[in-house]
Write a protein that binds this ligand. Structure first.
Ligand SMILES: Cc1cc2nc3c(=O)[nH]c(=O)nc-3n(C[C@H](O)[C@H](O)[C@H](O)COP(=O)(O)OP(=O)(O)OC[C@H]3O[C@@H](n4cnc5c(N)ncnc54)[C@H](O)[C@@H]3O)c2cc1C
Length: 382
């Protein structure tokens, strides 16, 4: 199980999407799927905590709209990085990121008279340019930029030189290979948002959930996370796992592994979503494990009551026990949202150490830093 995988991002394996299950009902505000990717024939070995890298394809309607805007047929041969020469349509679908805009594309549009971009590129506008390129104020993709530069014309081979190469996306593996030798399971939330009156699709999440036909291959590889997100080396070590939303994915793998290996360490999961009605992912399995005594679970469904309740609030309610687990040597794992959750949870841990450990703020900061240094506080956030 520990042989390094021969496949990498640059030399991926053709994994097959074997089956899938939409976990959220059609009327839920989020669209989250359980995906089973077949690794059969690959010899790939992964460990709990690792991620699966997926090379996605852009959605055909977006590719078609860009071809139409450029007046191209799609058959024009273009140089396409690692793929060599490809027809323009395939290059747009497989090789280039159409969601994230490059500065080169703005330069080229401005050079053809697109006034809004010329202003962004002026000296002194660096901050606005940065905000624009990162999509902080207003999300826009390559098609939006072309539409904002209606007079700009590009030959296909020049146009691809203005695009960023498409990158693979990572998904936490939600299974243990001991339980599913030829499979990697994923929990994928489709990123879909409306901007400028048009539906923008997250390239990889909607590829995996919607555009990767069952039974067909796509390029995948394992991203080793053992340096920062491995299960405790000692199976008797207690674990506190904090993973709201899709952050629960690796913990399903951890629990499968700990059950199958008979690990004696206690397990505690803090999970949350917006609503229990649609958002308790893996409820049947998690509650079965809970009944069997494998895991203790605390839940936080933020919008099921007038005031928001998040995982860190549940941790506060259980502060004494959380602290006791820490003092007993528990390892703490945090997975999921980087922007807010991971920081809130670490602040809460610090508050718990102050409150229950009778420590000053500085001592609590040092306590948490020590957990980090000793690799007892592990994060996989995105
Ligand atoms: C180690 C790791 C593990 C991960 N595990 C999982 C997992 O288990 N499950 C999972 O679903 N994801 C996981 N992710 C996230 C995943 O890799 C992708 O980042 C995610 O699916 C979005 O990729 P995409 O290609 O669909 O979207 P992209 O095409 O990359 O689009 C994302 C961009 O769209 C914009 N955007 C996104 N949402 C909005 C919005 N609401 N409004 C406006 N703009 C927006 C932002 O500019 C953002 O940068 C993980 C990431 C890492 C690094």
């Amino acid at each position: 199980m520990t042989t390094p995988t021969p496949f990498t991002a640059r030399r991926p394996f053709a994994g097959t999407r074997a089956s899938s299950l939409r976990l959220t009902p059609a009327d839920a505000p989020k669209d989250t799927h359980h995906q089973v990717i077949s690794l059969a024939g690959s010899g790939i070995a992964y460990r709990p905590g690792d991620s699966l890298g997926v090379w996605p394809r852009n959605a055909d309607p977006l590719v078609d709209a860009i071809l139409a805007r450029l007046g191209a047929t799609g058959g024009e041969p273009v140089l396409s990085g690692a793929h060599g020469t490809l027809p323009f349509r395939d290059a747009l679908a497989r090789s280039f990121d159409l969601a994230i805009v490059s500065r080169r594309l703005l330069d080229a549009c401005a050079a053809q008279g697109a006034a809004p971009f010329a202003a962004l590129l002026e000296k002194g506008a660096e901050d606005s340019l940065k905000r624009y390129l990162r999509g902080w104020d207003d999300v826009h993709d390559v098609l939006d930029v072309l539409n904002d530069a209606p007079d700009a014309r590009f030959a296909p081979e020049d146009f691809v030189g203005l695009l960023r190469p498409l990158q693979p996306r990572l998904y936490s593996i939600a299974s243990s290979q001991r339980a599913h030798p030829d499979e990697a399971h994923l929990l994928v939330l489709s990123l879909v948002y409306t901007s400028r009156g048009r539906r923008h699709l997250g390239v990889a999440s909607t590829f995996v959930n919607e555009r990767w036909p069952l039974g067909t291959p796509a390029p995948i590889y394992i991203q080793d996370a053992q340096k920062h997100f491995a299960l405790p080396a000692d199976p008797a070590t207690p674990m506190i796992m904090i993973g709201p939303g899709t952050g629960v994915a690796p913990f399903r793998g951890f629990l499968e592994e700990r059950e199958i290996t008979g690990a004696t360490g206690r397990n505690w999961l803090f999970f949350g979503e917006q609503s229990r009605a649609w958002g308790y992912y893996y409820e049947a399995e998690l509650t079965a494990w809970e009944r069997r005594g494998l895991v203790r679970i605390d839940l936080a469904f933020s919008r099921d009551q007038p005031h928001k309740i998040y995982v860190q609030h549940r941790m506060r309610e259980r502060a004494r026990e959380v602290y006791a687990w820490l003092e007993e040597g528990a390892e703490v794992f945090i997975c999921g949202d980087k922007a807010r959750m991971a920081a809130d949870v670490q602040r809460e841990l610090q508050a718990i150490v102050e409150l229950e450990g009778g420590r000053t703020a500085d001592q609590a900061v040092e306590y948490i830093s020590k957990l980090r240094r000793e690799k007892r506080l592990k994060l996989d956030v995105y």
